[in-house]
Design a protein around this ligand. Structure first.
Ligand SMILES: [Zn+2]
Length: 135
């Protein structure tokens, strides 16, 4: 999928990588801290430089919620669906949101693996990460 980077901010590399089926996150070039959301400047050491590194899409559920309300733009997901915050041990525990599919076994600490998917929202395709339980 080709991603238009024009208009994207500090997270343009994240969206570009997702479009290629990868997860890439910024790590401060100064203090080596993983940062998310992608900042324009490191809040710890003040560095303006970041190294974007591929990170394995593997983690565990930090928090989750089952959505039963029909929010505008999310109609294509059907109801209910589960949104989870996933902690990534390969990136010092920083967390990303995504769909947990299936959400039947949702639980804090559940081990998951991610896969890039496309959601239909507001009549356009939007990249997202779908997280699935691993054995
Ligand atoms: Zn830093």
């Amino acid at each position: 999928m080709e991603i238009a980077l024009k208009g994207l901010g500090n997270d343009a590399n994240y969206w570009q990588a997702l479009g290629e089926g990868r997860l890439s996150l910024p790590k401060c070039a100064g203090c080596k801290r993983w940062c998310w959301p992608a900042p324009f400047r490191c809040s710890d050491c003040g560095s303006w430089d970041f190294d974007w590194q591929d990170v394995e899409m593997a983690g565990e559920v930090y928090a989750w919620t089952r959505v039963r309300h029909p929010f505008g733009g999310a109609e294509a997901l059907g109801l209910p669906y589960v949104v989870a915050s996933i902690a990534l041990p390969a990136a010092n525990g920083i967390r990303l949101f995504g769909l947990l599919e299936p959400g039947d076994d949702a639980a804090i600490g559940l081990k998951v693996a991610g896969k890039v998917r496309t959601n239909r929202a507001f009549e356009r395709d939007v990249l997202a990460i779908s997280w699935r339980p691993v054995a």
